[in-house]
Design a protein around this ligand. Sequence first.
Ligand code: ACO
Length: 334
Amino acid sequence: MKQLGAGIAITGSGSATPAVSLDNHALSKIVDTSDEWIRTRTGIESRHLAKAEESLTDLAVASASAAIAQAGITPEDLDLIILATSTADDLFGSASKIQANLGATRAVAFDLTAACSGFIFGLVTGAQFIRTGAYQNVLLIGADILSRWLDWSDRTTCVLFGDGAGAVVMQASATEDDSLLGFELRSDGKQNDCLKLSYRSGSQELTSNVSVGSGSYRPITMNGREVYRFAVQKVPEAIEKALFRANLNTEEVDWLLLHQANQRILDSVADRLKIPQDKVLSNLASYGNTSAASIPIALDEAVRAGKIKPGHVIAASGFGAGLTWGVAIFKWGR
Ligand code: ACO
């Protein structure tokens, strides 16, 4: 075991989305909505949707392979794989399947569920294993196929979401070069009812006095206004707290990278923090809300476009069901 006290470097990113996309015009033929309503209320223009036979595991593996290649390591180098998802192919977890498909023979793999905050919660979780010296190379994937769990006749939810996966590789570095500069993780179960993908209990009688449930899940339900209110209040507060811990002010942030839920939320959070629009990463017009995948997909696109450069400071925040919210302030690259 290495000595306690390693730092973290985030050295690779990757992303993958399904080939098929559905724009607002096509969607408005399925459900009572319009391109104008969706664009003005959310900023979303189109979303990528997985076919029935496409698996979350395949999307996750594609994004992970790209991140591993960019980091310049091999799957055998990985010590830990964390899959942040709410829509695993298997309720027992999909991380081990991803491990097998990648050929990451040395790694231990597990799923982590925190809805749209999952990537940030996973980043901080993975970082702890590196900081203690337990592991050197951690793969974090945020992936979701929420289209499987939507009621496509409910216009208040189905217009918002899309499918995809994004990944990063985190590696041990010298303590003085630690790239995770500050974080804040929060949850408030009192507001749990605002956003749910909940178990639907049927009943099966085993004997005259023993009956058990019979499982399936209801489609996603959401109180959009409450979630909106929560996000624009809690996210700026949490970012300020994490920046304070990082001993940074908002002017020192190169990129604001928020969960891609709604352009109005992105604008409002940036305004409150007085971060100019040209520092706000946004790709939700093309992808919609991809839940745990939204932050790493936007990160990967900005890295590959040469916007995010080594040493840039990123303030990333996820928020959503739970309710959960979290912030990680980190530097990109070595
Ligand atoms: N098309 C047309 N009209 C619609 C649609 C639609 N798709 N959806 C709702 N409407 C109607 C409503 O019925 C309502 O009509 P009414 O005034 O006659 O009653 C009207 O539009 C306004 O509805 P609101 O819900 O007030 O619309 P709002 O401006 O709040 O926008 C939205 C809704 C986009 C959902 C917004 O509240 C939002 O983005 N909330 C946050 C969602 C979010 O961030 N989720 C993140 C977490 S996701 C996760 O964790 C998995």
